[in-house]
Design a protein around this ligand. Structure first.
Ligand SMILES: Cc1ncc(COP(=O)(O)O)c(C=O)c1O
Length: 402
């Protein structure tokens, strides 16, 4: 008689008790079992809930997506493996060769690259236009324009798009509007409440908030469009890992608190920087000297956001000195972390531009962007005061001295 086979490698059924846990469990399984082919049909055809293969969906992605849906006033959004994956899923899930798309001329750098290089390579024409000027966007529209991709507040000059004008224009011209809401977040602006068709996030940033998960999110109002975006994301493997989703969902619980504190810090830091000798210009949407101040107040109310940009002498030596002297504040090309980070667009996000094009935007070597965190404001004002002071001691043109 043969030995009884050992149960090597066969999975033990999930105990189920974890469903009662207050903390969200993590389900890392790549694959899910079904009782029979009919049950699998029911699942694929939407008659029964459940999962089959993690690239197509898993509980941690759904928990996170439902939480962001609720924040954005959206339904049926999906989580993707990065913010760029969400943008790619929208563009390639929706557009076809021969279509035309208009993008804001100050979109995030990789979005600009998609617009300038990748879409044209695939037969999709693109035009960049200034989203603070609805007439300029109107002039860019063509009969075959199907989509406008825009950010509400631009990086790093913090210009505020004419969202009311753009949404009305696109409604009249039958063009869908996709809003990358990464900077503004639903705390300040909910695109779907204003009639946008698609909302996109780099969840990596403020929503997750701890610089430990790279994720995106996208929701579309039209279920057919959402299905096309979802299908492309699943096919191209743009979907997200359970652990990242778990981390981000955990971060989301403190999002509103983090945002409010960081925003109050940003407003205070902007005023502090503006009064420092050596600071030539401060950009913060709610300051009366911001070029889009009135629009910012109209669109965002008291929500000036968590980003501040400022300018010192246009000199690489002074910029090096400032970043070194602000040693407690990581000099890092990101935003939305719980702690303050400092970035220098001329050497990071805008390094691919010609000097002349960068300077036309007002982004010289003395231009910095601060993603403000939740520290005690006194700590931040002290560190920036010292960093700006040290930067002023560098003789002009001396890139080596601190
Ligand atoms: C406004 C904006 N959109 C999209 C992205 C891309 O997000 P991810 O890095 O998660 O792909 C970024 C990244 O910095 C961003 O700032």
């Amino acid at each position: 008689m043969a030995d009884t086979p050992h149960n090597f490698g066969r999975r033990i059924p999930w105990p189920g008790g974890a469903a009662q846990a207050v903390g969200t469990p993590i389900q890392p399984s790549v694959v899910y079992r079904s009782s029979d082919p009919d049950a699998l049909d029911d699942r694929y055809e939407g008659r029964a809930p459940g999962y089959s293969y993690a690239r197509e969906g898993h509980p941690n992605a759904d928990v996170l997506a439902r939480a962001i849906d609720a924040m954005e006033g959206a339904e049926g959004g999906i989580v993707t493996g990065s913010g760029m994956a969400a943008i790619t899923a929208v563009l390639l899930g929706f557009l076809r060769p021969g279509d035309h798309v208009v993008g804001g001329d100050q979109l995030y750098g990789r979005s600009l690259r998609l617009m300038r290089e990748d879409l044209p390579r695939l037969g999709i024409a693109t035009t960049l236009a200034d989203p603070t000027d609805t007439a300029a966007v109107a002039a860019a529209l063509r009969p075959e324009t199907r989509l406008l991709l825009v950010e509400v507040v631009s990086n790093p000059t913090l210009r505020v798009a004419d969202m009311d004008g753009l949404l009305q224009l696109c409604r009249e011209r039958g063009v869908r509007v996709a809003v990358d809401n990464t900077f503004t977040t639903p705390r300040a602006y909910r695109p779907m409440d204003h009639g946008a068709d698609i909302v996109i996030h780099s969840v990596t940033k403020l929503l997750a908030g701890h610089s430990d998960a790279t994720l995106g999110y996208v929701a579309a109002r039209d279920p057919e469009l959402m299905a096309a975006i979802t299908d492309f994301a699943v096919t191209a493997g743009l979907t997200a890992s359970p652990f990242d989703c778990w981390l981000a969902e955990r971060g989301l619980h403190s999002f509103a608190l983090r945002y409010d504190r960081a925003e109050a810090n940003a407003a205070a830091l902007a005023d502090h920087l503006a009064a420092l000798p050596g600071v030539r210009r401060v950009l913060y949407p709610l300051r009366p000297d911001h070029p889009d101040h009135n629009r910012a107040v109209h669109l965002l109310g008291t929500r000036g956001g968590t980003m501040v940009s400022f300018e010192i002498a246009d000199d690489r030596g002074a910029a090096n000195a400032l970043t070194r002297a602000a040693g407690g504040i990581p000099f890092a090309p990101t935003l939305g972390d719980i702690g303050t980070t400092l970035s220098h667009p001329a050497s990071s996000s805008h390094r691919g531009m010609t000097d002349a094009a960068r300077r036309a935007l007002g982004v010289g070597d003395g231009f910095f962007r601060v993603s403000v965190g939740i520290e005690e404001i006194g700590l931040l004002t002290e560190e920036f005061t010292e960093a700006v002071r040290v930067s002023r001691e560098v003789p002009p043109g001396d890139a080596t001295k601190i």
